[in-house]
Design a protein around this ligand. Structure first.
Ligand SMILES: [Zn+2]
Length: 231
C-alpha cells in the first residue's frame, strides 16, 4: 500500500502517512494492528562538526606546497617555479576553504577576498614574466567581474523576491564586460581592431537578460511559465 499524496510505502496498520500526514483509506482492506514501517517521530540528523573536515582540507592544501617546494629546491638548488604553485594553491584555498571556517560566510566579504588573492597572484605572474599588461588588462578585468559578482550576491542576499531582476541585470552587465574585455585586450596586446568576438556573447547575454527582465515585470507571463515548467 502506498500513500496517494506522496507515494511513500505504508504498512497495512498505518492510519495516516508518516511522511505527509495524509489519512489512509482502503475500502477492501481491514486494518490489522501491527508493527509500523517507520518510526512515529522523525529523529534529527546527528550534527557533524565542520572543523574536522576543514582541518583535513587545510592539511591537504599544505601538502602539495611542501612537496613542490622540496622538488623545486632539489632540482634547481634555489626556488624557481614554486611561486606559481604557492600562488595557485593560496588562491584556491582563499576561494573555496577559507569562507567555511566562518559560521555564516558573507559573500560580500569573501568574493572580494578571493578576487584580491587572484589579483595578487596575477600581479606576481605579470612581474615574474616581465609583462606590462597588469594595469591595462588584468586589474580592470578582475575588478570589473568582482564588482559585478559581489553586487549580484549582495542583492540576492539582502533583497527578497527580486531574483529575476538581479539575474537579468547581471546577464546584461556580463555582456557589457565582454565588450570591456575585448577593448582591454586590444589596447594591451595587439593594437586596435575594433570589436570582433565580444559582440556574440554580448548579444546572447543581452537577449537572455531582457527575457528575464520581461518575465520579471509581467506577472501573467511568469505565472503561465511557472505552471508549464512545474516550478
Ligand atoms: Zn504521504
Amino acid at each position: 500500500m502506498y500513500c496517494i499524496q506522496c507515494g511513500v510505502r505504508l504498512a497495512d496498520s498505518e492510519k495516516q502517512c508518516p511522511l505527509c500526514g495524509t489519512a489512509v483509506f482502503h475500502p477492501q482492506l481491514s486494518r490489522p494492528e501491527g508493527e509500523r514501517l517507520y518510526p512515529a517521530e522523525s529523529r534529527p540528523a546527528p550534527q557533524v562538526s565542520p572543523w574536522g573536515v576543514l582541518t583535513v582540507l587545510s592539511v591537504l592544501f599544505t601538502l602539495p606546497l611542501i612537496i613542490t617546494l622540496l622538488c623545486d629546491f632539489q632540482l634547481h638548488g634555489q626556488i624557481t617555479w614554486f611561486g606559481y604553485v604557492a600562488g595557485g594553491v593560496t588562491v584556491a584555498y582563499v576561494s573555496f576553504v577559507l569562507p567555511f571556517w566562518f559560521r555564516r560566510p558573507n559573500p560580500v566579504i569573501f568574493i572580494p577576498a578571493a578576487a584580491a588573492a587572484a589579483a595578487l597572484y596575477v600581479l606576481f605572474i605579470c612581474l615574474d614574466t616581465g609583462g606590462s599588461w597588469y594595469l591595462s588588462f588584468a586589474l580592470p578585468v578582475i575588478g570589473g567581474w568582482t564588482l559585478l559578482v559581489t553586487a549580484a550576491a549582495a542583492l540576492l542576499r539582502y533583497v527578497r523576491g527580486g531574483e529575476l531582476y538581479i539575474f537579468g541585470g547581471a546577464c546584461i552587465a556580463a555582456g557589457g564586460m565582454m565588450l570591456l574585455m575585448e577593448f582591454l585586450i586590444d589596447i594591451s596586446f595587439d593594437g586596435r581592431r575594433g570589436f570582433v568576438w565580444s559582440l556574440y556573447p554580448l548579444t546572447v547575454l543581452a537577449v537572455l537578460g531582457c527575457l528575464l527582465l520581461l518575465i520579471a515585470i509581467c506577472p501573467p507571463l511568469r505565472e503561465s511559465l511557472r505552471r508549464k515548467l512545474f516550478l
